[in-house]
Design a protein around this ligand. Sequence first.
Ligand code: GDP
Length: 461
Amino acid sequence: MKTSTIAAISTAMTNSGIAIIRISGEEAIPIVHSVFVNKKNQKCLDSYRSHTIHYGYIVDEKGVSVDEVMVSVMKAPHSYTMEDIVEINCHGGVYIVQKIMEIVIHAGARAAEPGEFTKRAFLNGRIDLSRAEAVMDIISSKNEFALQSSMQMLKGSLFHLIKNIREEILYEIAFIESALDDPEHISLENYPEKLHEKSSSLCEKLKKLLDSAHDGKLLKEGIQTVIVGKPNVGKSSFLNLLIGDEKAIVTDIAGTTRDILEETISLGGITLNITDTAGIRNTDDIVEKIGVERAKKVLEEADLVIYMIDASTPIDENDFDIIHMIADKKAIILLNKSDLDVCVTEEEIGTYFSDNRKIIRTSMTQEEGMDCFTKTVKDMFLEGKISYNDEVYITNIRHKEAIKDAYESMLQVKKSIENSMPEDFYSIDLMSAYASLGTIIGEEVGEDLVNEIFSKFCMGK
Ligand code: GDP
């Protein structure tokens, strides 16, 4: 069946230096051939070799030149979509880009849907679904970790890992099936023990992947960080130092940071999504109370709590409330105002927690302790954990769900063996693990899911 030839503006729709219109499909070359002339005013695109780029003009249906362009030709199957692709590099004005797009549509192309080029790359078998999704992840990467883990996925790290696990499962399914078909020649004696061992090792692999999802999400989307502490201890000053401008209002009056401020900052390759809460303390002020309730909620959802104390004044019951609230949270404690006479020490704070807490002396006015803070965050979330090259991190919720299903099916296989169930019980759960993992690479997915995944892509990708 002949597929339609699609076209899209692949660059951002704002005035810019250049823009690219991409055309893919069997008619890509004839369509652009009909609207492109070289400097001798000849139409000759159809005679060009693959992977070459050419100077000329785009002309409208009356033959009037509308822009000076460079046109590149990538012939099937050596292109992004595995179809013939022509890309027009034109000037990047919104009007001219749209004009060329209209000319291309008029010449026979249809406007592509979001992600349709990548969808074709997937449907034509150049990349599996995990690699197609990696393309989108690269585009939306906000930090180095997100970029590197997506790049690994685009290179096929997840695909190969999943493919290998599936092959191991398929081997067992085939073995059971053939033994059941031909019991005279293939014996299942001692097989359950072997399968149990194999299932345990597969469960371990799947569990490791599942565990990586937590770190992967944190590092890709950022660590939900919350700053807590009584009013006036220096939270806004700290936030301002981190952000580098005067966004939070710094005042001497307790309780003036009423609402919640949110900021995303990059700290040595890690993204912190920081929330500064209203000073947590018991209060009768209604407006402030709303802030305090929200603060408690934010605290519950936080991956990291930064608890700031004014070390120049003794701690009181409001601090104990906070200490109680963060007892089981990952926290860094800042003993601020260390430039003044201090009465709160690390030893004292240490006694209020049952485990070892990171405690750092800081002074916001002297800008002291910030390097130590950065290092502590890095140690807590990165040290020894991230190696971009050989580790596969699960950062996509769809992949995580599929791995979780497969893991549960494999646990079920083990359980059936432990309960001496008949062999065909093993096959059912092995098949189900095989199918769940298949959805990650796109082997067991329906059209609806494929459409849904690609509909989230950008236009022109
Ligand atoms: P918040 O209410 O916790 O957000 O505290 P602010 O950042 O608004 O600071 C309250 C007051 O304490 C301001 O006058 C700050 O200049 C002052 N302050 C903040 N950090 C320090 C510090 O490390 N040393 C000293 N001496 N004063 C500080």
